[in-house]
Design a protein around this ligand. Structure first.
Ligand SMILES: Cc1ncc(COP(=O)(O)O)c(C=O)c1O
Length: 389
């Protein structure tokens, strides 16, 4: 199911068409970049979309009871997270949500906490809204990253710090945060009146030895000031539908968010995402298990192929399908590294510096693609490095 390769050139794909330099795919390069998968969305979802489109009505669409039930039951079944239907606010994406939350809960000039290196739209959203980044950089330790809690305590205690963007699981470093870590983050935010936006978009994609914990499940009291971002997009490869389900348990917090959302001009959900979400959340648990197994094997493969290359340090990918590789030992500038990967290895990457200054010299590789293609790409990377050292 996941082995089948597709050439998605000229399909309007942002990954394949927009971000790739002219002629590179034709010369054999492959995009291990933008975070969508090279796997077809589950058959049940495709059929639901087909049934819907054949009816020919692309109407204004509400997140009705059937839709909300499917989200609520999925969260309870897969994440042990019990919610009520009206805690769900639908928004046209998690990045949209982050921007709206920043406007809803902070004022211009206020500070918003992030933990770099992190998904770059976090900092962009803060800056675009004329707020200030309060960075609490993650600390590398062995082949993983830890949070710097003493610094987080100090930052959150500042008067003008109003919101924190938590990435859980974390893109790009691949951490699945433990209960203890989440407890400390939740407590620090609660104590300091810092609204905690927990971006859990990757929550279904974790390794077998890991458990993703929804922030509110750590402690009931956290529900007072959390905005939890969930979506079908990463899990089922439906990013282009532009839909996310934002869970806000606290009524006052939810209403504040919804008032801003309305001011931002968002109301109805995408009509196609209604049947797609219902099908994904009611019929496709098997697909999540299958895709997780496949990704886990792909991650193992990358680690195996590069195991005798000390110039590359691979971080433990506990969650997401994005691997974080430290390539600084190769001694290349960011431009040189990008050109080396593209032209000599045939790998189109997302450069680490996009995720923060502390990502310089790193690369983020998307391994949600057919295994034989990944194997060929990573073997080429290994060969090219061996040629140079
Ligand atoms: C952590 C994280 N949040 C949000 C998004 C994008 O969400 P959306 O497409 O719903 O805006 C991504 C996509 O890569 C992501 O990795």
């Amino acid at each position: 199911m996941f082995d089948k390769a597709f050439n998605r050139k000229n399909s309007g794909s942002y990954k394949w068409d927009t971000t790739v330099p002219e002629g590179l795919i034709e010369r054999g390069a492959y995009p291990l970049s933008v975070a969508d998968m090279e796997f077809q969305t589950p058959l049940e979802v495709r059929e639901a979309i087909k049934d819907f489109t054949e009816k020919g009505f692309f109407c204004y669409t509400d997140a009705d009871k059937a839709y909300r039930d499917s989200v609520r039951e999925f969260l309870a079944r897969r994440h042990n997270f019990e919610i009520e239907n009206d805690w769900i606010t639908c928004v046209g994406g998690v990045v949209f949500t982050i921007n709206t939350a920043i406007r809803a809960f902070t004022n211009e000039g206020d500070k918003v906490i992030i933990q770099s290196p992190v998904y770059y739209p976090f900092s962009k959203s803060i800056l675009n809204n004329k707020r200030i980044i309060a960075d609490n950089p993650l600390v590398p330790e062995g082949n993983t990253y830890k949070m710097n809690f003493p610094d987080l305590e100090k930052i959150a205690a500042q008067d003008d710090v109003k919101l924190m963007l938590l990435c859980s699981p974390h893109n790009p470093v691949g951490r699945v945060w433990t209960k203890e870590e989440l407890k400390r983050v939740g407590e620090i935010c609660l104590k300091n009146n810092v609204v905690l936006v927990s971006d859990e978009i990757h929550f279904d994609l974790v390794r077998k030895n890991q458990e993703h914990i929804v922030i509110n499940n750590v402690d009931d009291s956290f529900s007072k000031n959390t905005v939890i971002c969930t979506a079908v997009s990463k899990t089922f490869n439906l990013a282009g539908l532009g839909t996310s389900n934002i869970i806000i348990a606290d009524k006052a917090l939810r209403e504040k968010f919804q008032t801003q959302l309305s001011a931002d001009g968002y109301s109805c959900i995408n009509c196609v995402s209604r049947p797609a979400t219902i099908a994904a959340y009611t019929k496709c648990d098997y697909w999540i298990d299958g895709v997780n197994d496949y990704i886990e094997e792909n991650i193992r493969l990358v680690n195996d192929i590069l195991s005798d290359i000390p110039q590359i340090k691979i971080y433990d990918c506990q969650g997401t399908y994005l691997m974080w590789l430290d390539m600084r030992e190769l001694g290349m500038s960011d431009d040189e590294l990008d050109l080396f990967l593209q032209n000599e290895c045939g790998i189109i990457q997302d450069p680490g510096f996009w995720f923060g200054e502390n990502g310089k010299g790193f690369t983020r590789l998307n391994v949600a693609c057919p295994r034989d293609i990944l194997e060929k790409s990573i073997k080429e990377l290994r060969n090219q490095i061996l040629k140079r050292v």
